[in-house]
Design a protein around this ligand. Structure first.
Ligand SMILES: [Zn+2]
Length: 243
């Protein structure tokens, strides 16, 4: 189910039934001459859509404009980099609203720059702050964690919002990352083939398109992409189902 499509009674039902909330987070960043600049968000959205076909989840509207650090081009090349403080404040405010909607478990899913980069850290920082602040807002007194009864009553407040890579360890291999190379190009070929034009690759293509003699942006293919997609989706379903 897509949060944007839900009517209030459906939201209430989803919350009552403890459906987890999936939050795709990515960026707008140049991905070589052959790929859509929104890849890193689009691929997470595609994976979330496939997860939702197999288990009950709610998919939030994506965070599209994450930090890039202009490591790969400027706005004229198709890369956007926001003000990090503003982005972090925005992230925290929206995550807080998701919790106020009643979602008990939220997974922020990322396929961009790794889990110690500004995008993932913005979500991790917001999640950590909300965990501490939320317990006081629920009426627990200062010093609650030092009181064993209150600590046990509060339960696990630290895991309500998880920030995770799209490719969970269980999916790798076969799934792997790169930038617009064999793996990412294959991911997009398997999910949104209209957004890839491999005939735009030529000798001027950047280094990251040909990291490997055999496995590169030219030889990327939907078959490899599909194998990765299935592994990634299966790993997520395992994780959500055993939570
Ligand atoms: Zn990418």
């Amino acid at each position: 189910m897509y949060l944007k499509h839900m009517r209030p009674y459906q939201l209430k039902e989803a919350v009552t039934l403890n459906y987890p909330l999936l939050v795709p987070a990515g960026c707008i960043e140049t991905h070589g001459p052959h790929m859509a600049i929104g890849h890193d968000t689009i691929i997470v959205e595609e994976i979330c859509d496939r997860i939702a076909q197999k288990v009950d989840v709610v998919i939030a509207p994506s965070f599209d404009y994450g930090p890039t650090g202009y490591a790969l081009g400027s706005p004229m090349d198709g890369t956007i980099d926001p003000d990090y403080t503003a982005f972090g404040n925005h992230v925290k405010a929206i995550l807080k609203n998701f919790r106020q909607m009643g979602f008990k478990k939220t997974y922020v899913i990322i396929m961009h720059q790794g889990m110690e980069a500004p995008l993932a850290l913005a979500f991790k920082k917001a999640a950590a702050e909300l965990a501490f602040e939320g317990i006081l807002e629920q009426g627990y007194p200062r010093g609650w964690w030092g009181n064993e009864t209150l600590k046990n009553k509060a339960g696990s407040v630290w895991n309500e919002i998880e920030v995770q890579p799209m490719i969970l360890p269980a999916a790798s291999p076969p799934a792997g990352g790169d930038h617009a190379g064999y793996n990412e190009t294959s991911f997009l070929l398997a999910t949104c083939p209209d957004l890839v034009e491999q005939d735009k690759l030529d000798q001027d293509a950047p280094w990251y398109c040909y990291q490997d003699e055999e496995k590169n942006s030219w030889t990327a293919n939907a078959t490899h992409g599909q194998i990765m997609v299935e592994a990634v989706v299966d790993a997520w379903i395992d994780k959500i189902s055993t939570c």
